[in-house]
Design a protein around this ligand. Sequence first.
Ligand SMILES: NC(=O)c1ccc[n+]([C@@H]2O[C@H](COP(=O)([O-])OP(=O)(O)OC[C@H]3O[C@@H](n4cnc5c(N)ncnc54)[C@H](O)[C@@H]3O)[C@@H](O)[C@H]2O)c1
Length: 241
Amino acid sequence: MAGRLEGQHVFVTGGARGIGAAIVEKALAEGASVSFMDLEEEEGRALLARLGADRLGFAPGDVRAAADIAKAHAEATAKFGVVTGLVNNAGRNSYADPVAMTEAQWDEVFSVDLKSAWLVARAVLPGMIAARKGAIVNIASLHADLTYPGMFPYAAAKSGLVGLTRSLALEVGPHQVRVNALSPGYTETRLVKEFFERNDSALRRAVIDAHPMRRMAEPREIANCAVFLLSDEASFVTGAN
Ligand SMILES: NC(=O)c1ccc[n+]([C@@H]2O[C@H](COP(=O)([O-])OP(=O)(O)OC[C@H]3O[C@@H](n4cnc5c(N)ncnc54)[C@H](O)[C@@H]3O)[C@@H](O)[C@H]2O)c1
């Protein structure tokens, strides 16, 4: 099924690798123009070279910084016009001790995993509202519902992202802009590799056993779901996780 995002401009944060890169690739395959921003300039440029499409743009930048977002958004819209699909995918894990954690560490987790979704939405929403067309997908996590010891306060930030999704969906729904969250189970990416490197192999088995399919997801399986939510096939789906 090709061409489900024909005529759309999709902006993906944290698109250089992992789930974000799979979303970039799938959105391109479905006919969208795609812009992505990422902290990792080298990985971003490598993906750009690998996919090599005219419909693809990359801006290095930090989603914690409103100025970086504004710059990436300006470059993207100059190239491909108004952003009609946003995927807030950039995220990080956290392994903090709730007593030893500093306020700066707390703020760092929440600025990447929660605040950035609002900052990027704030940049793209005027264009979507004027166009009366838009879909935002926030990549939350299984941890918004079920979590694990040793990952404080990741679940709080991702639960917050699901709450932001519901709240924003109500604000922008009348403008025909949809906002949904997507909460992947464990997915084979660098983030998860780092998680398992910190733990023993029994945990890997336990995590796999907690998934109904008795395996982890591939990034492209999450991308398929993101593309559905961005597409007109999901035209009445909003505020969902
Ligand atoms: N992998 C999983 O099992 C899993 C499960 C549930 C949710 N998630 C969520 O999916 C998203 C993607 O995870 P992933 O596994 O692909 O991780 P990953 O670490 O492989 O990729 C994350 C990407 O985001 C970028 N990024 C991080 N901080 C950034 C910042 N401040 N500004 C710009 N870019 C930044 C990184 O450079 C990287 O390219 C995250 O939000 C994560 O919390 C992952």
